[in-house]
Design a protein around this ligand. Structure first.
Ligand SMILES: Nc1ncnc2c1ncn2[C@@H]1O[C@H](COP(=O)(O)OP(=O)(O)OP(=O)(O)O)[C@@H](O)[C@H]1O
Ligand SMILES: O=C(O)C1=C[C@@H](O)[C@@H](O)[C@H](O)C1
Ligand SMILES: [Mg+2]
Length: 181
């Protein structure tokens, strides 16, 4: 049976995975991890630098190792990198080991939230809107494949997003317990 002891946040860049993840961790008094930050800490360089030296493929290999490591932990909240669901191995690890929440947000809102950002290499392009549209078209089915719960995080205040996720998480835990007993 699926293990629900962790909560994993998935979704495109700028949807709020890090922001909401930290708040969930605080509410549940659990450790918070961010796979992007974990990679930066363990390599000592920024994600942008990894993309520059090793390309996206090099970054994806590092990301896969980190997702495997972090999904083996117990009782954590994890904000994943926006593209972590691209690898089937990561999707399986996320689906097996936690309650997966897909944060959804319009492209307009993501563009607004990331307008001053230079640390998201995939958005450093002449047409970030087109890039985000292409990423969403490719990834939306993969996010959906993994998700136990989807929520709009674009037009909803963070506090409400957190509260709603907690309610659905508790309901999933209760259902899980009923099936197990
Ligand atoms: N519910 C919300 N309402 C308003 N602003 C928000 C909300 N959630 C996040 N934000 C803002 O949106 C921006 C992006 O959020 P955040 O960094 O958490 O996204 P992310 O999904 O972790 O992005 P990435 O995948 O690039 O790490 C931040 O400036 C954050 O303050
Ligand atoms: O959407 C993506 O592919 C990415 C999202 C960020 O979280 C980082 O993992 C990196 O910038 C790549
Ligand atoms: Mg983040």
């Amino acid at each position: 049976m699926k293990n629900l002891e962790n909560i994993y946040l998935i979704g495109l860049m700028g949807v709020g995975k890090t922001t909401i993840g930290k708040q969930l961790a605080k509410a549940l008094q659990r450790p918070f991890y961010d796979s992007d930050k974990f990679i930066e800490k363990s390599t000592g360089v920024s994600i942008t630098t990894i993309f520059n030296y090793e390309g996206e493929e090099g970054f994806r290999m590092r990301e896969q190792e980190v997702i495997a490591e972090l999904t083996s932990l117990h009782g954590i909240i994890l904000a994943t990198g926006g593209g972590s669901i691209l690898k089937a191995e990561n999707r399986e690890a996320l689906k097996q080991n936690g309650f997966v929440v897909y944060l959804q947000c319009s492209i307009d809102k993501i563009l607004y939230r990331t307008r001053h950002d230079t640390q998201r290499p995939l958005l450093q392009t002449a047409n970030p809107r087109q890039r985000l549209q292409a990423l969403l078209a490719e990834r939306d089915p993969l996010y959906r494949e993994c998700a136990d719960f989807k929520i709009d995080s674009g037009n909803t205040p963070g506090k409400i997003v957190v509260k709603t996720i907690l309610q659905h998480y508790q309901a999933a835990l209760d259902a899980h317990e009923r099936i197990a007993s």
